[in-house]
Design a protein around this ligand. Structure first.
Ligand code: TXA
Ligand code: MG
Length: 365
């Protein structure tokens, strides 16, 4: 409930101070942490806001057919109303609860990659609230593969709108503890589930035109999509004709409090002043070194890994992606002033992570 006189929730995170006063004045819920999917399903059916795990990142769920539930969800997240939400379903048999019809391209993508980390944007069913789709006549639909998410959605048997379960603008959450950090007191229930395996949000594909367009890269790459739909394009290829093809691209995303800097070679670290290393976090990516390598073998000679406030080394893009958001959040928890990230490769496999890195650094992807 929005009220002039409501008491603001204590500011736990510096980014919360960025929320407008009206966003900040929300009803203070008593967030309950639960382990029972039946309670979570019942709460969603009653119009409550419930955070739950998926294989990509945690989602913040509400009944997509209930305008009041959706309003509370936007409010809890501090989400701009012009950025539409993805609708989650438990199985393909539910597709027409959210989609008006299913174009051939969407059908083929879902057939190849669903349940899984893919979202298809198609024409919307009238029962999906206009606020879910930010007034668009299209809707993003996803069927998660995470067993707990799948079971929850099957139990609810309703279309569930679910953005990532972070405060708007912050890094996404891959653990229930991170969700609690952002959402405690802002939502009704938090399902204490698995760590998100993939760690990067789903690939979003617009399927309403003559050619499918990848609006947001994810674990399923443009190459993967082209194996099924050879005519698929990235939004960059069509950006001139459709400057705002994905509404979400207009807003800041995935930003930790610390300043993020991407580096292409470890030599770039040698110029960091010695006193700054101790307040910095560094995520290294060493694809060519075997996993059993001791840490920091490729750091410049004047820096040792143990000097960093936080240090992590990843050997594959999948490993880097799955640890990425938690690394950013942990750097903030430790009070890091700067986060250095080894740039993900710009090839097909690194594209989604690079997109998130660039946005975390405040650069356009
Ligand atoms: O993996 C995921 O997709 C996660 C989990 C929870 O499923 N969800 C997620 O939701 O990342 P969110 O709200 O953080 O991102 C949704 C993205 C935004 O970029 C939004 O603009 C885009 O999907 N989107 C949603 N509906 C759309 C539509 N009708 N047309 C174009 N883009 C749409
Ligand atoms: Mg998000």
């Amino acid at each position: 409930m929005r009220a002039e006189s409501c008491t603001p929730i204590p500011c736990k995170h510096p980014n919360q101070a960025n929320l407008r006063t009206a966003d900040f004045c929300i009803a203070v819920f008593n967030t309950q942490i639960i382990d029972d999917l039946n309670i979570a399903a019942q709460a969603l059916r009653e119009g409550k806001v419930v955070a739950f795990p998926t294989e990509t990142v945690y989602g913040l769920g509400a009944d997509a057919t209930n305008p009041e539930a959706v309003r509370r969800l936007f409010e809890a997240k501090g989400r701009p109303g012009d950025n539409p939400l993805i609708v989650h379903l438990g199985s393909k048999s539910q597709l027409l609860q959210a989609a008006l019809d299913l174009p051939e391209d969407a059908y083929r993508l879902l057939d190849a990659f669903s349940p899984g980390p893919i979202t298809v944007v198609v024409r919307k069913q009238p029962q999906i609230c206009d606020s879910v789709t930010a007034g668009l006549d299209t809707v993003g639909i996803r069927i998660p593969s995470d067993p707990q998410a799948a079971e929850l959605l099957r139990l609810v048997n309703r279309p569930i709108a679910a953005p990532s379960a972070n405060l708007s603008g912050r890094p996404s959450c891959t653990t229930w503890q991170s969700v609690l950090e952002d959402m405690n007191g802002r939502i009704d229930y938090l399902f204490r589930g698995n760590i998100s395996r993939i760690g990067i949000e789903s690939s979003v594909v617009l399927c309403t035109g003559l050619e499918p367009i990848l609006l947001r890269p994810g674990d399923i790459t443009l190459e993967d999509i082209r194996r099924v739909l050879p005519k698929a394009k990235s939004w960059r290829e069509v950006v001139e004709s459709q400057p705002h093809s994905s509404p979400g691209l207009r807003h800041p995303h995935y930003r930790p409090v610390a300043i993020v800097q991407l580096i292409s070679t470890t030599d770039e670290l040698s110029t960091i002043p010695a006193n700054e290393v101790a307040t910095s976090a560094y995520a290294e990516y060493s694809p060519n070194q075997p996993q059993c390598d001791s840490v920091a073998t490729s750091l410049p000679s004047n820096i040792d890994a143990s000097q960093f406030l936080l240090y992590a080394k990843y050997h594959t893009i999948a490993e880097y992606a799955s640890g990425f958001y938690e690394f950013l959040r942990e750097a903030d928890r430790k009070g890091a002033t700067k986060i250095y990230l080894r740039r993900a490769t710009a090839d097909s496999s690194g594209q989604a992570l690079l997109d998130r890195q660039l946005r975390a650094a405040g650069l356009d992807s």
